[in-house]
Design a protein around this ligand. Structure first.
Ligand code: C5P
Length: 395
């Protein structure tokens, strides 16, 4: 969950650091954008420390020379949250003004925007402010009404920003509009496996683990409890609903899946598991002096997906992944049947845009009864969502 948190110049900005902490604890990635005047209300240093990212304020960072690209920031975010949102920012947004970075981001957002207006009571009930809020709601923003209570002015009435825990609940409520995997236990295998030749060498492959991680994250966001069995990978993930179990070899990955399979509802087998492993790993480093050439005897690794297919119970669903360099469709369909999977996701090569280390991926999903879904090239996180959408829509 990627949250862009816009902070405007209201007293209630003092609640924002607490909100960031709560969001981060939920596994969200948070980046902050402030209007220039908001700096007088809460320190950018606090926000950048808690969110672990620099705070973007101007289009152009004069100190670092970096350009804060509003389009890239808007595209990055799953959700824009403006908290607190002042009468001034509401008015500018309602009229389409674009004289600061936050407003440019607002206009560039494709995903949802939640606004938390907060101000003194007379301002809040002023017809122009009310009209601006109505306009923004009509335009598609989600407006969370201010609470009644004590205000910074000493007066009492509507205009108060909810407490951080309540803000969090609203935000999670919007994110959770798609909680179709709530209560489901899911195992995801990801990354490559390394099969030891000797203590320093191994047989491996170029898989990064990015696709499996994207799946684990989307599943967790959509409510699942995820066991991520991850082969050696530079990627990391931190989400309260993802339990990561790091493994090295196919044998270790298989053991983790076997030990947990009975309690699972879904298995996503996105790992690029080695097909063969050395029959015996040498206990000591093999010396060059062993000869001019050397032969390694390889034996088959356990096929984890095929094992799960064989032990599948009525309610369990299995999703396999195939990466082929020739006859992709034929091979993917064959794997779907022989391994007893419910869906097989075929990686479709697009030069420099899909496959091992890319951020994007192009896939085709094969289902039983010869069903086929062609998913266009997109970010791996979006591909993950598209795969989950196909599964929920065809259960
Ligand atoms: O290697 P292959 O093309 O057969 O892989 C297809 C699917 O089977 C993938 O989902 C992969 O994760 C899974 N697989 C596995 N264990 C293996 C080999 C493949 O789970 N030993």
């Amino acid at each position: 969950m990627r949250i862009l948190l816009g902070v405007t110049a209201g007293i209630a900005a003092y609640k924002v650091p607490f909100l960031i902490r709560l969001l981060v604890k939920q596994g969200a990635e948070v980046r902050c954008v402030m209007t220039p005047d908001a700096r007088d209300f809460v320190s950018p240093l606090v926000l950048s420390t808690l969110s672990n990212h620099p705070v973007a304020i101007e289009f152009w960072n004069k100190e670092t020379g970096a350009w804060n690209n509003h389009v890239a920031l808007a595209e990055w975010a799953d959700l824009l949250v403006i908290c607190p949102c002042t009468a001034n920012t509401l008015s500018k947004m309602a009229s389409g003004a674009c004289d600061n970075l936050l407003l440019a981001i607002f206009l560039s957002m494709r995903n949802k925007t939640i606004l938390f207006p907060a101000m003194d009571l007379e301002m809040y009930r002023h017809p122009t402010v009310q009209r601006n809020m109505d306009q923004l709601e009509q335009d598609g923003s989600i407006i969370v009404p201010a609470e009644y209570g004590e205000l910074a002015s000493g007066l009492s009435g509507q205009g108060r920003l909810p407490e951080p825990e309540t803000l969090l609940e609203y935000i999670l409520g919007v994110v959770a509009s798609k909680r179709d995997f709530l209560g489901k236990n899911v195992v995801v295998t990801a990354g490559p496996t390394y099969e030891a030749i000797d203590p320093v060498r191994f047989i491996g492959n170029h898989a990064s683990g990015k696709m499996g991680l994207a799946l684990a994250e989307r599943l967790a966001e959509r409510g699942a409890d995820v066991l991520l069995v991850l082969g050696p990978s530079k990627c990391s993930v931190s989400h309260p609903k993802i339990k990561v179990c790091s493994v090295v070899s196919a044998e270790e990955m298989w053991n983790e899946v076997k030990n947990n399979w009975d309690s699972m509802d879904f298995g996503f087998f996105a790992a690029a598991v080695a097909d063969y492993q050395p029959e015996r790993a040498s206990q000591h480093k093999i010396k060059k002096s062993a000869g001019e050439s050397m032969a390694l005897t390889l034996v088959k690794t356990p096929d984890i997906l095929a094992w799960a297919g064989k032990h599948k119970k009525e309610h369990q669903r299995i999703i396999g992944f195939a990466l082929e360099t020739q006859n992709g469709e034929v091979n993917a369909k064959e794997k779907l049947h022989t391994k007893k999977a419910d869906y097989m996701v075929l990686n479709v090569p697009v030069e420099n845009e899909s496959g091992f280390n890319a951020e994007t991926n192009k896939v085709c999903i094969f289902g039983k009864d010869d069903r086929l879904w062609d998913i266009p090239l997109m970010q791996k996180r979006e591909v993950a969502n598209a795969i989950l959408n196909v599964i929920t829509n065809t259960q």
